[in-house]
Design a protein around this ligand. Structure first.
Ligand SMILES: Cc1cc2nc3c(=O)[nH]c(=O)nc-3n(C[C@H](O)[C@H](O)[C@H](O)COP(=O)(O)OP(=O)(O)OC[C@H]3O[C@@H](n4cnc5c(N)ncnc54)[C@H](O)[C@@H]3O)c2cc1C
Length: 399
């Protein structure tokens, strides 16, 4: 054990730094990936502890400037969760041929994975929040390799993954002047194992041949906080399975914090002081600004941008031209953003979830612990969705 099952955030930095390669991430009885050390091989060098973002000190920065922003290009913004800041950052960075970017995309089996690339086409794959914990694998090693060859790297990830990268490069004495770190405001993450089980369950129900795409959020009409599965049916038809977040066992358990990693409930990064150069997220505190001023009659979500270091300030200056962008008081972002105010509280169903979850039975566990109350929520939201869907069909609105 490096830091303990309940506080481990699964960043995988210990796995990457181990000189004997004797640490691996394995799922525990809750399906949560945890490092396991082969003590026969371990030489007790202590590097795993030194690299762990959950042990020892982390250096935090105070935000210096705060913006509300959304991409001017509506077409590019459509598939982003909020204002499309991540996409603009990637695009700006890849203008330089010696630069690389890191983001999270789905693999062939729809597991969320980190990918390092300098191919502009990959930016689309990173768009959209995947509300599932992504596998870090050897991403720290890949970034290290690029930094050593004097390439610039943009790494966008959750705060614990950013903290892990910082500690990893520090422990390895890597020159990080060419690295920009952007953290995403984080509600917490649900283990990939639950999402896998959830998809297996859907596969049995819908009997699809192939998934085309999955999204949890977008700026498309009727796709914000919806679980959307675009699939090819066994009759070769393209079908959209679209459920409102609270109707959906997986999305609901993520949002109401029944199924997060145990470490997320004690997260030390959920605060206004940040670990990164820039922080991005939803600008939930923007309600005081009239949306007519902000969106100019358009619809969509706005992103929050916090510049936390000199490097961050300079980088944001370079991408401002892509946005409709408004400087806002930091306090406004702080007041509206729950993720600045400490870790999410466990839902009333969390303890039961831990008690009843059995590997392979995520959906059944949610149904069992939610009982009639969860059913009622699903029925009400399902009813609202059905009416909306009918309205959209009649009026020919894009789905
Ligand atoms: C698990 C999770 C929890 C979040 N919780 C909050 C919250 O509590 N409050 C809040 O304001 N915002 C939260 N966000 C951020 C929000 O959903 C948007 O990602 C953010 O507003 C940026 O939006 P965008 O339009 O720029 O980019 P988008 O296009 O939506 O996001 C793309 C960026 O997110 C990265 N990304 C996507 N999925 C993951 C993942 N699983 N792990 C790591 N990186 C990922 C991509 O690589 C890319 O850099 C969360 C995001 C995730 C993934």
């Amino acid at each position: 054990m490096v830091c303990g099952d309940d506080i481990c955030c699964g960043c995988g930095a210990c796995v990457s730094i181990c000189p004997k390669k004797c640490i691996q991430l394995v799922p525990n009885n809750l399906g949560v990936i945890i490092p396991e050390i082969d003590f026969k091989e371990c030489i007790k060098c202590g590097l795993c502890e030194k690299t762990c973002p959950k042990i020892g000190e982390n250096k935090f920065n105070s935000p210096q400037e705060c913006y509300a922003a959304y991409l001017k290009d509506k077409e590019k913004r459509l598939n982003s969760a909020s204002g499309g800041v991540a996409r603009a950052m990637y695009e700006k960075f890849l203008e330089d041929p010696k630069s690389y970017v890191v983001g999270v995309c789905w693999d062939k089996e729809f597991n969320p994975i980190f990918k390092l690339t300098n191919n502009k086409e990959d930016i689309k794959l990173f768009q959209g929040s995947k509300y599932v914990q992504a596998f870090s694998d050897d991403i720290y090693l890949k970034i290290e390799e690029k930094l050593k060859s004097e390439c610039k790297v943009l790494y966008i990830a959750m705060p614990c993954q950013i903290a892990a990268a910082k500690k990893y490069f520090e422990a390895k004495n890597i020159y990080t002047k060419n690295l920009i770190l952007v953290d995403i405001l984080c509600h917490g993450v649900s283990p990939a194992q639950y999402f896998k089980e959830y998809l297996e369950n859907l596969h049995k129900k819908l009997k699809y041949k192939k998934i085309k795409n999955i999204s949890f959020r977008s700026n498309r009409r009727f796709r914000n906080f919806h679980f959307c599965l675009d699939y090819i049916s066994n009759k070769d038809k393209e079908i959209k399975y679209n459920r409102f977040a609270y109707e959906d066992n997986y999305f609901n358990s993520f949002l109401d914090a029944s199924s997060l990693r145990e470490s997320c409930y004690t997260c030390n990064f959920s605060q206004l002081e940040r670990i990164s150069d820039v922080t991005i997220g939803d600008f939930f505190g923007l309600s005081k600004m009239p949306s007519s001023t902000l969106f100019n009659g358009d619809v969509g979500n706005a992103s929050l941008i916090l510049c936390n270091t000199e490097v961050g300030l300079n980088f944001v200056k370079q991408i401002k031209k892509y946005f409709n962008i408004f400087e806002r008081p930091i306090q406004e972002a702080y007041e509206g953003g729950a993720s600045f105010h400490g870790p999410y509280r466990k839902s009333k169903w969390r303890n039961k979830f831990v008690k009843y979850y059995k590997k392979g039975r995520f959906v059944q566990t949610m149904n069992k612990i939610g009982g009639w109350e969860l059913k009622k929520i699903k029925i009400v939201h399902g009813f609202i969705r059905t009416i909306k869907e009918a309205y959209m069909k009649i009026t020919g609105m894009e789905y």
